[in-house]
Structures are given as structure tokens and as C-alpha cells.
Unconditional design. Structure first.
Length: 269
């Protein structure tokens, strides 16, 4: 089994290229060597039931990015650890949410700076479902401002069909469920309160609803799914899937060219 699967400390030691650990000269050398794509992990600080720590989404996104960086040499930007978690309400202490427009603007500004250093390609690796809409807005803004921008939003739960199947196995509106708990058992056990797992199950109540409700109206304890089904082994398998499939996407993204070479700003004459 690959070493980066076993625990968080080993992921950090697996030769990931971390932007914040480089000097400006090293970043310049990285660009001169041909690097042109960066990974940006985006997570959240929000309640994850009684058994998972509030930084789970950020840790998950960072671990996957670090492991992919170790396999591809693509640099990982410092993570955004606050997300659009408004739907989790103030019922359970721990959530610290930012407004969707704040998150979108942060990503746009980050891209503006790396663009200036010659990095045109950005894969935003999102660990929190609620971030998807503002991150998509950031993507649209970036594409409209930078004619040669390459940007992609990848939600960790939907990196590939096989990864998606694991995340959605016990709930459609999953949160702190079997998949997330398994991942933390395998990769960051310090994020798990193992003695709380057995009693943390809570069913998905959203299946027949017309409206989308905040979590305080759909969950008793902040969980949706069955963390009691989680195993460390399943987390190892799932993490390996995530890393393999995201690394494949990154390698494709390094080579991709636009289907047509037409300017965003130049109208047809």
C-alpha cells in the first residue's frame, strides 16, 4: 500500500510541493522549470457531528492535494479553511462560516496573484459541498477576466464515478457519514472521537422534500448518514481512489489545449 494512505504525518512527508514552504526564488525556479498548474484546497470550519472535528473538510482537501502533489510535482497553494457553511446554522457550536461572495472573491484574488507569476492553470479542490456554488461563481469571474485562464472546480466527493458512489452510499444529503468517517480513521485519526461513532448515525430526511432546508431542520445531531458503518480499511481504499483519479485529472490538465484558439474579448467581425 502506498505510504501516503496510512496517516496524515506521512502525507506531509511524501514530497508534496507546498507553496508556503518555498522561498520566492524556489517558486520562480519552479515556474522556469515548466510548472504552470497549481492545486488550491478549499475546505470549511463547521460542525461534523459528535464524532468528527470541525476541520474535517479542510484536512480532507489538503491531504488529497498533498498526495497528488507528491505523485505529480504540482504545487499546492495554502488552503482556504473557512467556507460557505451557512446551512449548518448556529445550533451546534464550532461552525465559522463566511459569505459566498467572500469565498468567491478570495479565489479570484488568489488566481490574480498566481497568474502574475506565470501560473495559468488552477484546480480548485473543494472539500465542502456548500462551497460549490460560490466556487463556480469564482470560476466564471476568472474565465471572464483572464483570456488564457485554465480553471477547474473539483469536489472531492465527485472526483470520479467510483469515488462518488462511496460518498453517496449511505445518504444523498450526506454529512459526517460513513465515507468521511472512514477517511479520517485512515488518514487523520486525531480528527475522530471513536467512542462517539456508534451513536452518531442519523438518517437522511431530505429525500421527498420540495425545498432545501438548513441542517438544523434535517438532522438531530449534525450528521446525515451512518458513520457506524465506517472502517479504517474502507478509508484507505477510498483515499487511494481519490488520489489516483485526481492525479489522472491533473496529468491530463497539464497537457490540455483549448479546442479552439479564440479570444474571449474579440468579437466576430
Amino acid at each position: 500500500m502506498d505510504r501516503f494512505i496510512l496517516k496524515k504525518s506521512q502525507v506531509a512527508d511524501a514530497a508534496a510541493v507546498r507553496w508556503e514552504k518555498l522561498t520566492w526564488e524556489e517558486i520562480a525556479d519552479l515556474r522556469r522549470s515548466g510548472a504552470r498548474l497549481c492545486l488550491l484546497p478549499v475546505g470549511a470550519t463547521e460542525q461534523h457531528g459528535p464524532h468528527l472535528a470541525v476541520g474535517m473538510d479542510s484536512v480532507n482537501a489538503e491531504l488529497v492535494c498533498d498526495a497528488v502533489s507528491a505523485k505529480t510535482g504540482v504545487p499546492v497553494l495554502p488552503a482556504i479553511s473557512y467556507g460557505c457553511s451557512l446551512g449548518h446554522s448556529r445550533r451546534w457550536p464550532g461552525t465559522i462560516a463566511i459569505q459566498p461572495e467572500t469565498l468567491a472573491e478570495m479565489v479570484v484574488q488568489i488566481y490574480d496573484w498566481i497568474y502574475g507569476f506565470g501560473f495559468r492553470r488552477l484546480l480548485v479542490v473543494n472539500g465542502h459541498v456548500g462551497n460549490a456554488a460560490p466556487l463556480r461563481c469564482a470560476l466564471e469571474v476568472i474565465r471572464s477576466r483572464f483570456d488564457d485562464a485554465f480553471i477547474r472546480l473539483v469536489n472531492v466527493a465527485e472526483i470520479s464515478p467510483r469515488v462518488r458512489a462511496e460518498f453517496f452510499a449511505d445518504a444523498d444529503d450526506w454529512h459526517a457519514n460513513a465515507a468521511e468517517t472512514s477517511l479520517m480513521l485512515a488518514c487523520a485519526p486525531e480528527m475522530v472521537r471513536a467512542e462517539k461513532i456508534a451513536g452518531a448515525d442519523d438518517e437522511d430526511r431530505t429525500g421527498d422534500l420540495v425545498f432545501t432546508h438548513p441542517v438544523n431542520r434535517t438532522s438531530k445531531n449534525g450528521v446525515t448518514g451512518f458513520p457506524s458503518r465506517a472502517t479504517r480499511r474502507q478509508g484507505e481504499i477510498l483515499f487511494q481512489m481519490m488520489v489516483e483519479d485526481l492525479a489522472t485529472l491533473v496529468k491530463r490538465g497539464l497537457k490540455e489545449k483549448p479546442p479552439l484558439n479564440q479570444s474571449y474579448f474579440a468579437p466576430v467581425k
